[in-house]
Write a new protein. Structure first.
Length: 408
């Protein structure tokens, strides 16, 4: 029995000693936290540190000087830990380091963006604040205020101006069909690898002088070599859409659920869709969609006719009053006419002498001529055209020019 009590006392003593030792180690571990910005250098005063262990050296670099100074440099954003070991093996320090993106670096990016997108502002950086001055329209000022709310040391001295209304833009469009040989004589070439035309030197004056364009097309139309399909004039505010449609709709019956019949309508004719944008001194930019569709009874299915469609779509930038010619959409029609001498054409061998066939082929080219111009410039532009047209008419009267020659 005494032996049993002695063994029990020994175990209790060992347990107490172990518990005290664990408590001593736990009490020797100290913890700290440090908040750094990317690129920031921080100095920590330490005593008798023998070793420094960095959890992630890609985020943080640490250098120990004379076992008394610990120099930390934040490399990139994230979180890591430091473990400091002392001469006393029972003494440890754990430091948690949180690294955030540099506020100054973010601010520099924001100021560069402001300088690029709001050149009307003056930005002056000082030691403790940034002074931003100038004048802005209301929409830009609201955006500036959102940026300033994230940077408390920004001082704004900005006046607000009313929004400027975009100028009205007139789009003068001429859609015409020209016999291809005459379009070639006008100097337009349509390479297979390009959607739009390239102009030869001989055609340069034809394209850049609206009066010559109108005069030439008028003569071609009088001789039956050109046909104007549509000549709309559309007016729209900058950034708004303008549409034009001349034609009609034809019904398409459809069978819906439970055998019920429904009818939908499909448009055909000449459709034009544009959205001009005022670029200021750089001119006018606009998207153009032109489509010409006709009903084709030859391709009908169950009594519903098909459609023959020619379509062109493009985006252009031009100076006010400049002419743009789009597309080289071709159409070819072929026909055969037979002239027969009654009864004699049916003779077995000699019948071929009493009948003849004529094969006709007509190839036309669709041209879309667009002239965008600011509405303020239209009156002056029209006056110049009228004066130039009058001068050309006077010259032709004096030269006894009454129309196109047969070779044209």
């Amino acid at each position: 029995m005494p032996m049993f009590f002695s063994l029990t006392r020994l175990l209790v003593i060992i347990f107490v000693i172990g518990t005290c030792s664990h408590a001593s180690v736990a009490s020797a571990m100290r913890e700290q936290t440090i908040q750094l910005d990317v690129g920031e250098v921080h100095v920590v005063n330490v005593d008798d540190v023998s070793d420094v262990i960095v959890g992630n050296e890609e985020l943080l670099s640490a250098q120990l000087l004379d076992q008394e100074l610990l120099i930390l440099k934040a490399l990139t954003s994230g979180h890591t830990e430091l473990l400091l070991r002392y001469q006393d093996a029972n003494k440890l320090t754990r430091i948690g380091v949180s690294i955030t993106p540099s506020v100054r670096a973010n601010e520099k990016v924001q100021l560069e963006w402001l300088a690029e997108n709001m050149p009307e502002l003056s930005i002056n950086e000082h030691e403790n604040f940034v002074l931003i001055s100038g004048s802005l329209i209301e929409s830009k000022y609201e955006l500036l205020k959102q940026q300033a709310a994230l940077n408390k040391h920004w001082l704004l001295q900005v006046s607000v101006e009313p929004e400027k209304q975009g100028r009205m833009i007139e789009l003068e469009v001429k859609i015409l069909e020209v016999k291809r040989q005459y379009a070639r004589q006008l100097g337009i070439r349509w390479p297979g690898s390009y959607a739009g035309p390239q102009l030869s030197e001989s055609a340069e004056s034809w394209i850049t002088l609206p009066v010559e364009v109108q005069s030439t097309l008028n003569l071609l139309e009088q001789k039956g070599h050109a046909r104007v399909l549509a000549e709309p004039k559309l007016i729209a505010a900058s950034g708004q859409q303008a549409e034009f449609l001349v034609g009609g709709e034809f019904p398409i019956p459809q069978v819906v659920g439970q055998g019920l019949q429904d009818v939908s309508f499909r448009e055909y004719g000449i459709a034009l869709d544009m959205a001009p944008i005022d670029l200021g001194q750089e001119g006018i930019s606009t998207s153009i969609k032109a489509e010409i569709s006709t009903i084709d009874p030859a391709t009908s299915v169950n009594g519903i006719p098909g459609m023959l469609t020619r379509r062109v779509s493009s985006s252009i930038t031009a100076a006010s009053g400049e002419l743009i010619v789009l597309s080289g959409l071709l159409s070819q029609e072929q026909s055969t006419q037979a002239d027969l001498f009654p009864f004699l054409n049916q003779l077995p061998i000699l019948g071929g002498l009493f009948r003849s066939k004529q094969f006709r082929s007509a190839e036309t080219e669709l041209l879309v001529i667009v002239s965008p111009q600011f509405k303020d410039d239209v009156d002056q532009h029209n006056a110049r055209i009228e004066n130039a047209q009058a001068a050309i008419d006077d010259f032709r009267m004096q030269a006894s020019c009454v129309g196109l020659i047969d070779g044209l």
